[in-house]
Each structure stands twice: as structure tokens, then as C-alpha cells.
Design a protein around this ligand. Structure first.
Ligand code: 1HN
Length: 359
């Protein structure tokens, strides 16, 4: 932020200025400069998998999870950009986390919502959420809703890696809701549910009468239906994408697209703050722009996404960012599948969402 030089300041009498300063007041025409400018420009950006892999391998060699300082205690490489140094945007945090064979990322819970999208997984890599062990197979998407206990246990002989997505900057910075983090007394929470329990609660045949409508976990209140712990198996999502490509028309901007729904409502968004799509692209999409931010993880294929004047060339496992209000469209080389991540629900909740085609 450019600080105003004293000579730029409108002449106010010394008396007026000291009255204002002494009373923690500022005139609007000076405050204006700061409004909407505390977060720097968030530019289009891409993180190539090769570079991410180098980084996560290297930090894995250097630090066991057990040696991490007290705090979140997760071994993660966090993509950041010029305008916002904690995360990819002021609403969405992405990270690439590893857990080595035999390691546990200890149990804790927090107010922010989280999800894992598995990059290198297997049957014996488990994320334990709200009492149930969820196996992490490649491309599975698993929710860690706000205030649910979660730990990650690698009982396999391979290092596991995944993409973390949290609404952390929104919760911690914008909303300043910082007082909701707790470590479990145990490194691993007790597994109290059998495999498939959460699916049985929220699948197609499910208990109905005794479900509470406003069951938001933790100290929170609100008017959204809580998102349950849930694993979206890639094999199901992949089959649904294939059906869509064979039978439906593509969306002009998102290709053959599926929304990950909140299993409690059967509708998007998956979390009140973030929405997720699996997108199969066969042809170039049409350009448009919107005020929501989008981040993408490349599940399969190669291509380029044009964002403003920039061409982001992507391949499998790359991560890229489409900032607010930048015109963008995708051009897959051949067939490609993207995980689309957006903060659009936040805008929609307050009737602020807007999108348009370039003129
Ligand atoms: C967290 O709980 C995890 O549970 C990962 O794996 C990254 C970043 C900030 C705050 C909490 C996890 C996180 C995090």
C-alpha cells in the first residue's frame, strides 16, 4: 500500500488533525486509499508438479512430522503468490501434504473446513475423520468438516501425498475466527465406527427420521446444513464423468462437469464456503470471467488455460489459479480432467456473485 506523503494530505487544520488522531478517527478520503487494497493483486499462477514434487520430497527428507513445532503439525508445501503470502488466495488455502510410511499426522480439530484429494494413496493410508478410517486411494476426495477430529495414519510402505484444500484464509484472516483449534489428547483418535459408517448415514438409503437439521459441529451456529465426513471414491466419480461425456452436452465453460454435493442435502456446495467440480474437457471452453476465485488441480491430461494475457500450460498434477475478474478459458490438448475449486458459495451467500462474457 502506498502510504500517503504528508504533502498529499488535504489541508486540515492542525487542530482538526490532532482531534482525529487523538480519538482514533480518520477522514474517509484518506481511509479510501486502504479500502479494498490490503490484499495485494492476486495474479494468475501455476505450480508445476515437478517443482512441487521436488519440494515435498526434500522436506520429507529433512523433517519427520514428529519433529515439527507445536501448531498444526502437518508436513505441507503451501503454494503462495505475490498478493497473498499465506495461501493461493484470500479465501482458499491449498497445500501438498506427505506422510511417510509408519508416520501419523496427529489428531486435531479446527473451525476451518478441509478436504483431501489423494495424489499418491493406497488402502493402508488412512485419514481418520470423526471416528472412521477412510482409505485414501488415488483421486479420492474426502471431507474433513469443521470441528471434526482428524488424523492421518500411513500403515503402508509408500509415502502418501495429497492436496489439502481449506477455507483457512477466509476463516482466520477475513472473519478473524482464530480461536477454534484443539489438539486431541491422543496422537490417534480412537476408531469408534466401522468402515462405511458415514456412507451409511449419508448414502442413498439412509436413516431419516432421527436426523437433526441444525447439527453443526462444535461451538458454531448458522443456517447451513453441516457437511458430513464423506469419501467420494474416484471410481464412482470417473464412471459418472464417462456417462456424462457419452450422453450429455458439455457446459460451455466447464466441459462435462460434476458437482461434489453436500451429502446431507444432495446439492452443492460441498462446504458453505467452497464448491468443487470434477470436469472432463474434450474441447476448448468459451471465455468468461467472474468475481469468484478458481483454483484447479490437474487430475489427468495436458492443456493450456488462458487467463487474461497469460497462458498457463498444465500437465497432470499441476495446480493453477484463476484470480477474480480475469477472463479465462481452457484448451485441453486431448482429453483432460480437472478438479475445479471455487469460493463462489461465499459470494452467492451474500448475493455478490457476478459472471459475464468478454464483450
Ligand atoms: C490441517 O488440519 C491439515 O489436517 C492440513 O491435514 C493443513 C493447514 C492449516 C490448518 C490446519 C490436516 C492445515 C491444517
Amino acid at each position: 500500500m502506498a502510504q500517503q506523503e504528508p504533502e498529499d494530505l488535504l489541508e486540515l487544520s492542525a487542530d482538526t488533525r490532532s482531534i482525529l488522531e487523538d480519538n482514533d478517527l480518520r477522514p474517509l478520503w484518506e481511509v479510501e486509499e486502504d479500502l479494498g487494497n490490503l490484499v495485494g493483486d492476486i495474479d494468475p499462477d501455476i505450480w508445476k508438479w515437478e517443482d512441487i514434487q521436488n519440494a515435498i520430497d526434500s522436506i520429507e527428507d529433512d523433517v519427520p512430522i514428529a519433529d515439527l513445532p507445536p501448531g498444526f503439525q502437518r508436513r505441507v508445501a503451501v503454494p503462495v503468490n505475490t498478493g497473498y503470502r499465506n495461501a493461493v488466495s484470500n479465501t482458499i488455502y491449498l497445500g501438498i501434504q506427505t506422510v511417510s510410511p509408519g508416520e501419523t499426522a496427529p489428531s486435531h480439530r479446527h473451525g476451518a473446513n478441509a478436504l483431501r484429494f489423494t495424489i499418491d494413496g493406497n488402502e493402508d493410508m488412512k485419514t481418520v475423520v470423526a471416528g472412521e478410517e477412510f482409505p485414501m486411494l488415488d483421486n479420492d476426495l474426502i471431507t474433513t468438516p469443521q470441528w471434526e477430529w482428524h488424523d492421518h495414519v500411513n500403515d503402508s510402505s509408500e509415502t502418501a501425498a495429497w492436496l489439502d484444500v481449506l477455507d483457512l484464509p477466509l476463516v482466520l484472516d477475513s472473519l478473524n475466527a482464530r480461536n477454534t483449534f484443539e489438539n486431541h489428547e491422543l496422537e490417534r483418535q480412537p476408531v469408534t465406527k466401522s468402515r462405511g459408517y458415514w456412507e451409511s448415514q449419508y448414502g442413498r438409503a439412509r436413516p431419516f427420521e432421527d436426523k437433526k437439521e441444525d447439527d453443526i459441529p462444535g461451538p458454531f451456529q448458522g443456517n447451513r446444513e453441516a457437511t458430513p465426513p464423506y469419501r467420494f471414491q474416484w471410481s464412482d466419480t470417473q464412471e459418472a464423468l464417462r456417462q456424462r461425456a457419452e450422453n450429455d452436452e458439455p457446459d460451455p465453460h466447464d466441459g462435462y462437469s460434476l458437482s461434489y454435493v453436500n451429502p446431507a442435502t444432495g446439492e452443492p456446495p460441498l462446504f458453505p464456503t467452497m464448491s468443487f467440480r470434477a470436469q472432463l474437457l474434450q474441447d476448448a471452453t468459451d471465455p468468461h470471467f467472474h468475481n469468484a476465485t478458481e483454483a484447479y488441480f490437474v487430475i489427468e491430461g495436458d492443456g493450456v488455460t488462458h487467463v487474461g494475457d497469460e497462458a498457463l500450460e498444465w500437465s497432470k498434477r499441476d495446480i493453477f489459479l484463476v484470480p477474480p475478474d480475469e477472463t479465462h478459458h481452457h484448451e485441453p490438448d486431448d482429453e483432460a480432467i480437472l478438479l475445479g475449486i471455487t469460493d463462489r458459495p461465499v459470494f452467492e451467500a451474500f448475493n455478490f456473485y457476478a459472471e459475464a462474457k468478454p464483450s
